[in-house]
Design a protein. Structure first.
Ligand code: ADP
Ligand code: ZN
Length: 796
């Protein structure tokens, strides 16, 4: 017997090994094995078994790791799809489907000595006082770890050994699972009676899980490369749902009841939650419903804050089938749940579902693909769905479920947009707090209510904006904000490379403000100003710079919850699903900062951000108020967020995306070239551009322009239908748009220069394939690297 092994160290190659007689029957597809490789011993995964090999003199496998195969055939298939679609080496995709600790088998199960009471035969002996005390506890507990017992009765092991000598107890090693939630006391919860909208949504989801409606993923061969935005036609749309419900509309309760139904059908489930929302409270809500009595292990949790040992135990509980529900961040999508009935992706619009290093997969999209492969229902939930998912609903690929109201009938908070241009004109310059916001904060302090002030991620602006009229410099080709390069005093489009000088005064005819260059606002300045304006307020800042350890984050939130902080200043960190009943005011200091990022999703992000932040206010008995300060107060992203109007926002935003062929109308591949020598990087990027130009169909050499688009619209129905035979270079793309090369927004990151090219097409599976081929044949200087990011979520 021959095993084909994919090694972690050798990219894009597989090697044949002999299965020695001693391991016969233990080597399966998906087994992790140790094999000789030159003078070394390396780890790999068996990807196939065969009777014979084309190679002579094969070496035997050294050993098999783990009692069970670690990569199930289904997960293996998923990893292959990831390698194909996201244009990365199969080994890298394979590596990411197992947690490091499982892969390396660094820590196994933990064994501890347990003391167990044995049945007493005959008359119970008279024991010395100390031994009797120890026995009393053992008799009551029947079984407990030796160390726990010793701590309880404050005695030494000798006393317990005496009891063992008398034949009353047994001391033996046993596996003791590390439970990260052992110390939390969780009260069981019961299903709530659903309101009408919730019941209707749940019914759709459970119906899709019924056997008659099951979709047979393999019915049509050759469709396993289906991509989330282009599933094969055999896929009934009712197996992927988008649950669009405002914050507090009861989405989580639907998840819980759908999970219950899934378990009752004998299937397991995966729940994905963004890392930052994976708080103990979130996990407890799920454990409270499913983990009591003998069901202790039913819910497993996978996230980065677990110790290696805990992660090992949680993962194997899943693999052994004892845990049936997995809650976790991004990589939990690879959990070996079998059979899989349901995948839930909460906050599906979150960008953290995208992995920013190879393999650069998007967990939400992988979830949809896995759902199709394994015949599982997928529920994507959000208060502010991504344009991608909503677009898929409009096109009938996903089914839309809506929860338009909050469960408790509370009103959405009142959102006031403050025109900072007016305030700035009065104050003759940049200011941070408008009189309206200042007044509102003062009121809250007097009433003993709390305020959250929100400042965007970066404390400075990368765009050029006039503080008097709100004018923002934009690229004439791409409609993106131009990036302000202070040292060179110019404005650049990082997408197409357009460069123009910084204007001496505001170009707006009616404004002509000569001070346009001196805008800028830092987190530090907000804090300082706040301290001056409200010297007696208790203010705390929360962002990645200040919150170095996870304990800091918990402590500050705890202090805020218990009222020890009046004003919390923070970044995205505090925009997530936290409940603070005493917060009645939320201020967004400078909405423009998010709005004028040089990214085609800047508007979408701002809309999401404002909506999520607004959801923080008024979760208690008092109605909340939200102030949004902006220099462009009439921007659609701000106005639709003010009215809590997602559908309205979607309609106008999709029009912009249509016009410039941005996703979800097309798909993007972002190519980044990186190196220490700027000239070399630039030269290589231009070389890549020339190679890419060959991919365009003849006669369509004009760059940056979208041509023939309309006529091609119907030709690329399903990227999944395109054949995957090696096609480089003859493949041609009629709808390919290439922008760049241009310096990346952060041209120099950590002493590296970076240039980017952006490719847009509908046929992304095909393009990925071509790019993979190109990566292996392209001749680049040694110190210049090329990375490919398919469906990037940001281009910075
Ligand atoms: P979301 O996940 O959409 O933000 P949740 O599921 O957290 O909403 O629900 C918000 C609050 O309403 C929670 O405290 C939840 O327990 C409660 N809730 C949800 N559904 C119901 C219901 N049908 N009846 C009463 N309370 C409910
Ligand atoms: Zn441009």
């Amino acid at each position: 017997m021959i095993a084909r092994v994919s090694l972690e160290i050798a990219l894009r190659k597989e090697f044949d090994y002999l299965v020695p007689p001693g391991l016969a029957g233990r080597v399966e597809v998906g087994s992790r094995v140790q094999v000789p490789f030159g003078p070394r011993k390396v780890l790999g995964v068996v990807t196939a078994l065969a009777e014979e090999s084309a190679h002579a003199k094969l070496k035997p496998i050294i050993k098999v790791i783990g009692a069970q195969t670690l990569v199930t055939p289904k997960v293996l298939k998923l990893a292959r799809w990831i390698a194909d679609y996201y244009c990365c080496a199969p080994e890298i995709a394979l590596k990411s489907v197992l947690p490091e600790v499982v892969r390396r088998e660094e820590s196994g199960w933990r064994e501890r000595l347990f003391v167990r009471a044995l049945p007493v035969s005959g008359e119970f002996p008279k024991l010395p006082k100390r031994q009797q005390e120890v026995w009393n506890i053992i008799e009551e507990r029947r079984e407990l770890p030796l160390t726990d017992l010793l701590a309880l009765v404050e005695t030494t092991a000798t006393t317990v050994r005496r009891l063992e000598d008398r034949g009353l107890v047994e001391i033996a090693p046993q596996i003791s699972e590390r439970d990260p939630y052992a110390r939390e006391h969780i009260l069981p919860s019961q299903p709530l009676a659903l309101n009408e909208a919730q019941a209707a949504a749940l019914r759709m989801v459970t119906t899709a899980m019924d056997p008659v409606n099951e979709f047979v993923g393999e019915r049509v061969s050759g469709k396993s490369h289906a991509t989330p935005n282009a599933p094969p036609l055999t896929h009934s749309p009712t197996h992927t749902f988008l649950l669009h419900g405002v914050t507090g509309s009861g989405k989580t309760e639907i998840y819980l009841q759908a999970l219950d139904y899934c378990l009752s059908r004998g299937k397991g489930a995966i729940v994905l939650v963004p890392e930052i929302s994976l708080t103990p409270q979130t996990v407890e809500r799920f454990k409270a419903r499913f983990c009591h009595g003998p069901q202790q292990t039913l819910v497993a949790v996978l996230h980065s804050h677990l110790s290696a040992g805990e992660r090992h135990d949680e993962w194997h509980k899943i693999r052994q089938g004892r845990a049936r529900i997995v809650i976790g961040a991004r990589s939990a999508i690879f959990a070996p749940v079998e059979p899989l009935g349901l995948i839930i992706v909460d906050e599906e619009h979150e960008h953290t579902y995208k992995q920013e290093e190879a393999p650069r997969y998007h967990a939400r999209d992988v979830a949809v693909v896995r759902g199709q492969m394994e015949n599982a229902v997928v529920v994507l939930g959000s208060a502010t769905p991504s344009l991608e998912s909503f677009y898929n609903c409009k096109r009938g690929k996903y089914a839309l479920l809506e929860l338009p109201e909050r469960v408790d009938n509370q009103k959405m908070p009142h959102v006031r947009v403050v025109d900072m241009r007016q305030a700035a004109r009065k104050e003759k310059g940049n200011l941070i707090f408008s009189p309206q916001l200042k007044e509102a904060i003062t009121q809250r302090l007097e009433r003993g209510e709390q305020t959250i002030l929100f400042l965007n991620r970066r404390g400075y602006s990368t765009s050029l904006q006039c503080p008097l009229c709100g004018y923002v410099a934009e690229c004439p080709n791409c409609s993106l904000s131009l990036t302000y390069h202070r040292p060179e005093q110019n404005l650049r489009c990082h997408l197409c490379g357009h460069v123009e000088p910084v204007p001496a005064a505001c170009p707006n005819e009616k404004c002509r403000n000569p001070a346009i260059r001196y805008s800028g606002l830092g987190t530090q300045r907000v804090e300082d100003t706040l301290a001056k304006l409200f010297p007696h307020a208790r203010v705390k800042r929360m962002d990645a710079d200040v919150m170095k350890r996870k304990d800091d984050y918990r402590r500050v939130l705890g202090d805020f919850r218990t009222g020890k902080i009046d004003i919390l200043v923070g970044t995205q960190m505090i925009a997530k699903g936290l409940h603070f009943p005493n917060v009645t005011l939320v201020g967004i200091i400078y909405a423009d900062l998010a709005l004028h990022q040089p990214d085609f999703r800047a508007g979408e992000r701002t809309f999401q951000l404002l909506t999520q932040v607004a959801g923080r206010a008024g979760r208690g008995d008092v109605e909340g108020e939200v102030f949004v300060q902006a220099f462009t107060p009439f921007h659609p992203a701000i106005q639709y967020a003010r009215r809590h109007d997602f559908a309205g926002f979607y309609e106008q935003e999709i029009e912009f995306r249509e016009q410039l062929k941005y996703p979800p109308v097309s798909r993007v591949a972002l190519l980044t070239l990186k190196g220490r020598n700027e000239e070399k990087v630039k030269f290589s990027a231009e070389h890549v551009r020339r190679e890419l130009d060959k991919l365009k169909s003849s006669g369509d050499s004009e760059s940056g322009k979208v041509r023939k688009w309309e006529s091609e619209k119907n030709q690329m129905k399903s990227a999944g239908e395109i054949s995957h035979s090696p096609t480089f270079p003859p493949a041609r793309f009629q709808d390919l748009v290439i922008a760049g090369p241009a310096p990346a927004p952060l041209l120099r990151a950590e002493t590296f220069y970076r240039y980017q090219l952006m490719l847009r097409t509908r046929a992304m599976s095909k393009l990925s394939h071509v790019l993979a081929g190109m990566m292996t044949t392209l001749a680049l200087p040694e110190d210049v690297t090329l990375t490919v990011d398919i469906d990037p979520v940001s281009h910075s």
